[in-house]
Design a protein around this ligand. Structure first.
Ligand code: FES
Length: 107
């Protein structure tokens, strides 16, 4: 498998977002990634949807690895910021972060 720089998981479940807004986010994600040149090459972003991330409130929830950054209340506008600022430019959208995994011991 071709390597990638980031992995984005979008919760498309109905507990954190009763209207399942995560589904619309997940459908929007490839368009944003393509626009920013993040579908192929060394900055490639792998994406995936999941029925639950175990949070189940304040969604939609979006998680970005390898940083281990968890975003809550993600709207289409916020997803665009995550793609541009975090995935493209390497700056976490701090005001939308509700959880951040600690760095691994090897970091
Ligand atoms: S349903 Fe989205 S975190 Fe559980």
């Amino acid at each position: 498998m071709e390597s990638y720089a980031h992995h984005v998981l979008v919760c498309t479940g109905s507990y954190c977002s009763p209207e399942r807004a995560g589904r619309r986010l997940y459908a929007l994600l490839p368009t944003l990634l393509q626009r920013e040149g993040l579908l192929f090459g060394p900055r490639r972003v792998k994406r995936g949807e999941t029925p639950c991330l175990g949070v189940c409130a304040g969604g939609p929830i979006v998680v970005v690895y390898p940083e281990g950054v968890w975003y809550a209340g993600v709207t289409p506008e916020l997803l665009e910021r995550i793609v541009v600022e975090h995935l493209r430019d390497g700056r976490v959208v701090q005001e939308a972060v509700f959880h951040h995994l600690p760095p691994s011991p090897s970091d």
